[in-house]
Design a protein around this ligand. Structure first.
Ligand SMILES: NC(=O)c1ccc[n+]([C@@H]2O[C@H](COP(=O)([O-])OP(=O)(O)OC[C@H]3O[C@@H](n4cnc5c(N)ncnc54)[C@H](OP(=O)(O)O)[C@@H]3O)[C@@H](O)[C@H]2O)c1
Length: 325
């Protein structure tokens, strides 16, 4: 099969399409013929040599895919050859085929294209796990979602509105209207105005109950300022940096809590629980059209993978960047 190989750590030019051996499903695993995959920021880090795949994952990048089941390993139950599925991967999505544990596979909701289905697993499971399960977002609460036009951010905004929350979101100027169209109530151009001040202004000085943050260090002080009493900060990415100096007194006086998590290296049991909860609670809302994966206007083929990486690295995408296989 063809797969994208990271020939050495570096820029997009180190990505090469090569002929590699086909994977074969072991016990409890499925072989999927991939029709589409989607980019994630983690793929850029992996290419740069900063985010190696877990030991049991394929070495090729790609954390999610959509396709058809080609073969079933021993003891797989509940899936049939030829079925349309999407999957959360430890790696290997940038390829024609991938082997995946049955616990990480989801059915494709009625009416979704390959590209739309490929845009769901990593972004939506990350948003669901961190904002709903870890962040415990409740109906009627205020949530601040940074990078609202990112793959994860665009999923989180829809999930939060669907759950009955009031959504604040930060985004760069050219993406403001798009994020408003996703349903965000207050959209803040973070390069033009201080987001904490705007949050306090728009919430009668109270702040937000929950923040979903991908930026890290440069947002730390303003995140703490923007949080309400008993506020929760969930750190999911550190695109802006990782070192902070903290005033711990604020945690006591405002009764704050901070959480962080990664999805890729969770155990199979943890992924299975998450996939099952998401399949039960959220997937039906895709079939009914209440939720929709947000795809960037540009799509790429596997041959254009380096160009797709450059595009994401330049922060040009709105929603998910798709690679059609
Ligand atoms: N923990 C986990 O399990 C997990 C799983 C998946 C993703 N993630 C994380 O989630 C984040 C989003 O990933 P994605 O693939 O959805 O991203 P994406 O679609 O590539 O979007 C990233 C957007 O973030 C904004 N941004 C980038 N650097 C920034 C900075 N320094 N300050 C402010 N805004 C910045 C840019 O939008 P603007 O034009 O609006 O600035 C950029 O387009 C990443 O940090 C990723 O690592 C974590």
């Amino acid at each position: 099969m063809k797969a994208v190989v990271i020939t050495k750590a570096g820029g997009p030019e180190v990505l090469e399409i090569r002929e590699v051996s086909d994977p074969a499903p072991g016990a409890g695993q499925l072989l999927i013929d991939i029709r589409a995959t989607a980019l994630n920021r983690a793929d850029l880090l992996q290419r740069q040599g900063h985010y190696p795949p877990p030991a049991d994952a394929p070495p090729y990048p790609g954390l999610e895919c959509a396709g058809t089941i080609n073969a079933l390993g021993e003891s797989v139950t509940g899936w049939t050859v030829g079925q349309r599925v999407m999957a959360l991967l430890g790696g290997g999505g940038y390829a024609e085929k991938v082997v995946v544990p049955q616990e990480s596979v989801l059915p494709i909701p009625e009416g979704l294209s390959w590209a739309e289905a490929a845009a769901i697993p990593e972004a939506w499971l990350t948003a669901y796990s961190n904002m709903i399960e870890i962040g415990r977002l409740q109906s009627g609460e205020r949530v601040l979602i940074h990078a609202g036009a990112s793959g994860v951010g665009s999923a989180a905004i829809q999930l939060a509105k669907w759950r009955g929350a009031t959504v604040f979101s930060t985004v760069s100027q050219q993406k403001v209207e798009g994020v408003r169209a996703l349903g965000a109530d207050v959209v803040i151009d973070y390069k033009q105005e201080n987001f904490a001040e705007r949050v306090l202004e728009e919430s009668d000085g109270q702040g937000v109950d929950l923040i979903l943050d991908f930026i890290g260090a440069p947002y730390w002080d303003d995140n703490l300022r923007a949080l309400a009493l008993w506020g929760r900060l969930v750190l999911v990415g550190l695109m802006g940096g990782r070192e902070v100096k903290a005033n711990l007194g604020l945690f006591l006086s405002k009764k704050l809590s901070v959480h962080g998590s990664t999805l890729r290296d969770r155990t199979l049991e943890q992924k299975q629980r998450l996939v099952a909860a998401f399949t039960r609670e959220v997937l039906p809302a895709f079939a009914s059209g209440q939720l929709r994966p947000i795809l960037d206007e540009r799509q790429f083929t596997l041959n254009e993978v380096a160009e797709a990486h450059r595009y994401m690295e330049a922060n040009q995408n709105f929603g998910k960047v798709i690679l059609l296989i």
